[in-house]
Design a protein around this ligand. Structure first.
Ligand SMILES: *[C@@H]1O[C@H](CO)[C@@H](O)[C@H](O)[C@H]1NC(C)=O
Ligand SMILES: *[C@@H]1O[C@H](CO)[C@@H](O)[C@H](O)[C@H]1NC(C)=O
Ligand SMILES: *[C@@H]1O[C@H](CO)[C@@H](O)[C@H](O)[C@H]1NC(C)=O
Ligand SMILES: *[C@@H]1O[C@H](CO)[C@@H](O)[C@H](O)[C@H]1NC(C)=O
Ligand SMILES: *[C@@H]1O[C@H](CO)[C@@H](O)[C@H](O)[C@H]1NC(C)=O
Ligand SMILES: *[C@@H]1O[C@H](CO)[C@@H](O)[C@H](O)[C@H]1NC(C)=O
Ligand SMILES: *[C@@H]1O[C@H](CO)[C@@H](O)[C@H](O)[C@H]1NC(C)=O
Ligand SMILES: *[C@@H]1O[C@H](CO)[C@@H](O)[C@H](O)[C@H]1NC(C)=O
Ligand SMILES: *[C@@H]1O[C@H](CO)[C@@H](O)[C@H](O)[C@H]1NC(C)=O
Ligand SMILES: *[C@@H]1O[C@H](CO)[C@@H](O)[C@H](O)[C@H]1NC(C)=O
Ligand SMILES: *[C@@H]1O[C@H](CO)[C@@H](O)[C@H](O)[C@H]1NC(C)=O
Ligand SMILES: *[C@@H]1O[C@H](CO)[C@@H](O)[C@H](O)[C@H]1NC(C)=O
Length: 709
């Protein structure tokens, strides 16, 4: 494990102009000099507040000051800093003292008290973090980690007094049209939290675009549509038909509590009455005849059905706000608004939770007989063709969350949106200040008259969305991370109210990236040289069982196979395993081997890892993220082969015996109209070669992993 205390960081930062670099940047008043973290031994939790929690945020499972302190101590350990943790009444030299301060010191952009502010005082031998609440202290600990990384293991002396401008800061992931495993979501929360984002909105039900011009009823009823929560409750029997790509209550609890432990609230969304094909596939009579992805709200069973679905899942959710979707409904404003109000009433009565919707049919107080949504329903604006957040909502006293599609991403391909966050717009997307830093009050990046003032209290914050419009085979899990890798920190700085500039951003981010605790989204493997692992099989391997790694990294393997006597291992129901699981971009994985027989010609696994498997189906194939990606070629039997799998940036290639590189591509279906081809970036599978069920026998001569591509 790398230690920041030993790291020679290329970027040494000095605080200037009343601020420190960080993501977000910090208001900082310098005291001169630095405190080395190696001079700190203890984290002291103020015993007066050890059990204190923040009840003002959106989470219903807020960690206590002690809970957050424990996570902080673990995080410091990943930086190579071992700290003891204790409760005491006061600070002392060599400690970081965690306590609560006066909440009236911390005001948001609208001038209201925020529970998320904090002050850090760094003296010559000790540090105090005082938070507006335990959550404020937590954000202060993120500052300590970042400053230690950016300053080569030291914290500049002086005072930081820091408060977020907006209370809702985060991302929305379309986990409906693409499944993501719980572990991935938890790692994303860790990444977001490091940059002080506090909200992860999960879109949990949806369908591919129901192209009614070309799909008949039968095809619509078979179109990819998913509801990701799995319950055995009778009321929802048959709604979810895909248990292996769902979240059980236990898993959803784990996701919510692991995210909450890092200050991130999961806001769940179950979408209706539009994007509701999965509900219609369950109860076809509820669908609108002309478009089965829309619920027919006039059907007397529709609202009761949705109420009973929510009744099953409300007890699962640990946020004060839940999202009922209500996006892109084209079958009548009054039906829609009546639906929203009925659901808001039901959800409030059943659970005391508030409701959020996507901006769709704005209020109109002058049109007779028009039903207006309740003013206590919060609105998530995404596009000006749906609403004008200032004139339609804010001036009518609705709270609005900014999700303007300026920052939309659609994974891998889209006719409308980019595949990575428009990072540049975070730096120059503010028409109210002549094209400088964007902030959450900026809904319209072109026309300042559509934006409220910076201190508008009805602006909740911002959530940037990633959609999987073209379904599950467009990407593997980690490609959602890469689409957001620069976007999350760039947005997080502005969502908080920081003022990092476009020229400062790349260096600060590159310096922080290798050290972000609680996640390993890039599947990094420490290595002394570019050769990460190398196995060759001498004649004596069989008796040893252990396989020695000649890379110098001691990633020794294990086998229960026997040697062939000619520098290879006989693979069959026995296997070779490594202590590694996956390697992210970039890499070259080289297998030197020979296949003697294929017991399962369409389902043989050459090498398997935590994120992917390389297979023969019979074409050479990657299985990853629940999908198969095939080359137009297979591998010959009974010949010694040298197979390179190359992960280069966002592409993956295979090369046999130094022949030409063949790329793994995905064929993306576009609304049933045509296909687009896109690159795929798989993690290298590293854990096991052969074994029960692998479906082939042969010889393995060598295995090598390099970080070069
Ligand atoms: C970083 O700290 C280490 C250990 O204290 C020191 O050896 C190294 O010179 C420092 N690097 C820089 C760039 O100051
Ligand atoms: C950035 O914000 C800090 C407060 O965090 C302020 O002191 C500084 O003047 C700002 N810098 C610019 C360029 O706006
Ligand atoms: C450092 O510790 C002393 C007690 O030993 C305390 O009075 C002082 O407030 C602390 N300073 C900081 C910045 O934590
Ligand atoms: C909607 O449901 C109502 C009541 O069941 C029915 O009369 C109407 O035909 C349905 N409309 C469509 C377009 O399916
Ligand atoms: C209902 O929720 C509100 C807002 O979160 C809270 O203030 C109130 O205490 C809750 N009431 C009950 C009975 O839980
Ligand atoms: C509200 O309804 C009135 C009457 O139908 C209409 O003239 C007006 O344009 C509507 N306002 C908005 C903002 O849509
Ligand atoms: C919005 O709320 C403010 C303060 O409560 C009130 O003065 C104003 O009349 C309200 N405006 C509308 C359009 O309801
Ligand atoms: C792949 O990476 C290249 C180079 O970084 C970039 O231009 C391209 O947009 C990426 N493609 C996708 C689909 O992410
Ligand atoms: C879930 O099961 C389906 C049907 O067997 C399969 O196609 C899919 O790959 C599985 N998903 C995952 C993530 O393994
Ligand atoms: C497998 O490769 C052959 C060419 O060798 C190609 O014709 C075929 O379409 C491929 N099959 C799949 C499912 O990709
Ligand atoms: C991976 O390779 C691509 C293409 O050569 C390069 O642009 C990128 O910087 C490399 N990434 C890493 C992490 O080395
Ligand atoms: C493929 O092989 C794996 C591993 O033995 C097995 O779990 C899976 O069921 C097989 N799939 C098919 C379609 O035969």
């Amino acid at each position: 494990m790398l230690s920041v205390l030993q790291l020679s960081v290329s970027l040494l930062l000095t605080a200037v102009h009343g601020r420190s670099l960080g993501i977000p940047t910090l208001p900082f008043s310098s005291g001169g000099g630095q405190l080395r973290l190696s001079d700190i031994q203890t984290v002291i939790v103020d015993a007066n507040y050890a059990d204190s929690v923040d009840n003002r945020g959106d989470t219903l499972i807020p960690p206590s000051l002690t809970d957050f302190s424990e996570t902080f101590v673990q995080d410091m350990k990943t930086l190579g800093v071992e700290l003891a943790l204790e409760d005491a009444g006061e600070s002392r030299p060599g400690s970081i003292f965690l306590t609560l301060g006066d909440p009236t010191d911390y005001l948001d952009a609208a001038g209201r008290e925020s529970s998320e502010g904090y002050t850090i005082s760094v003296a010559s031998s000790n540090i105090t973090i005082a938070g507006s609440s335990s959550l404020g202290v937590w954000w202060g600990t993120r500052t300590i980690l970042q400053q230690a990384i950016l300053n080569n293991g030291s914290i500049p002396r002086g005072t930081v007094t820091d408060t977020p401008g907006w209370g809702t800061r985060g991302m929305m992931l379309d986990a409906a049209r693409h499944y993501y495993p719980p572990g991935f979501l938890v790692e994303m929360c860790a990444y977001m939290s490091f940059f002080k984002q506090n909200t992860f909105h999960l879109h949990l039900s949806d369908n591919l675009y129901n192209n009614v011009d070309i799909y008949n009823r039968e095809r619509s009823l078979e179109l990819y549509a998913r509801f990701r929560l799995w319950s055995d409750a009778e009321e929802v029997a048959g709604l979810n038909k895909h248990k292996n790509e769902s979240y059980t209550r236990k898993q959803f609890d784990h996701i919510q509590s692991a995210c909450a432990a890092r200050g991130v609230t999961v806001v769940p969304e179950i979408e209706a009455p539009g994007h509701a094909l999965v509900l219609v596939q369950w109860k076809p009579e509820l669908g609108f005849e002309d478009d089965l992805s829309l619920l027919n709200i006039s059907n007397p069973d529709t609202i009761p059905t949705m109420k009973s679905v929510w009744s099953v899942f409300l007890p699962w959710f640990h946020s004060k706000t839940v999202h009922i979707g209500a996006d892109e409904y084209t079958a009548g404003a009054n039906d829609y608004n009546a639906f929203v109000n009925a659901m808001a009433d039901h959800i409030h009565t059943a659970s005391n939770k508030s409701v959020r919707i996507w901006g769709t049919f704005p209020p109109n107080y002058t049109q007779p007989d028009y039903i207006n949504i309740y003013p206590n329903v919060s609105v998530q604006h995404w596009e000006f063709f749906e609403d004008n957040p200032l004139y339609d909502y804010i001036l009518n006293n609705y709270t609005v969350l900014n999700s303007d599609d300026t920052f939309y991403v659609v994974n891998k391909w889209s006719g409308s949106y980019p595949q990575k966050v428009n990072v540049s717009a975070t730096f120059i997307g503010n028409p109210n200040t002549g094209g400088s830093l964007w902030y959450p009050y900026v809904f319209d990046t072109k026309n300042s008259s559509n934006n409220p003032l910076r201190d508008e209290s009805l602006v909740l914050g911002e959530i940037a969305a990633l959609w999987n419009d073209y379904g599950p085979n467009s990407s593997v899990y980690s490609e959602a991370y890469y689409a957001w890798r620069e976007g999350i920190p760039a947005l997080a700085d502005k969502q908080w109210g920081g003022n990092l500039t476009q020229s400062e951003f790349p260096n600060v981010l590159q310096t922080l990236l290798p050290f972000i605790p609680g996640q390993d989204l890039e599947r990094r493997i420490p290595s002394k040289t570019s050769t990460i692992l190398e196995y060759t099989f001498g004649r004596d391997t069989a008796s040893q069982r252990s396989i020695s790694d000649s890379s110098g990294n001691v990633y020794d393997g294990y086998t229960d196979c026997s040697t062939t006597g000619s520098g290879s291992i006989a693979i069959g129901s026995c296997s070779v395993t490594t202590p590694l699981s996956s390697k992210g971009r970039n890499y070259t994985l080289t297998l030197s081997f020979q296949i003697s027989s294929l017991e399962a010609p369409t389902n043989a696994t050459l090498i398997a890892g935590g994120d992917s498997a390389l297979m023969l189906t019979p074409n050479t194939t990657f299985f990853a993220g629940g999908n198969y990606y095939r080359l137009n070629s297979s591998l010959p039997l009974d010949r010694r082969l040298h197979l390179d799998i190359i992960g280069r940036g966002n592409h993956t290639f295979a090369k046999v015996n130094d022949g030409r590189e063949e790329e793994f591509l995905t064929q993306i279906g576009v609304n049933g109209e045509r296909f687009e081809w896109g690159p795929m970036a798989f993690e290298a599978p590293l854990h096991q070669i052969g074994g029960e069920g692998a479906g082939w026998t042969g010889q393995l001569y060598g295995l090598k992993l390099s970080s070069l591509a």
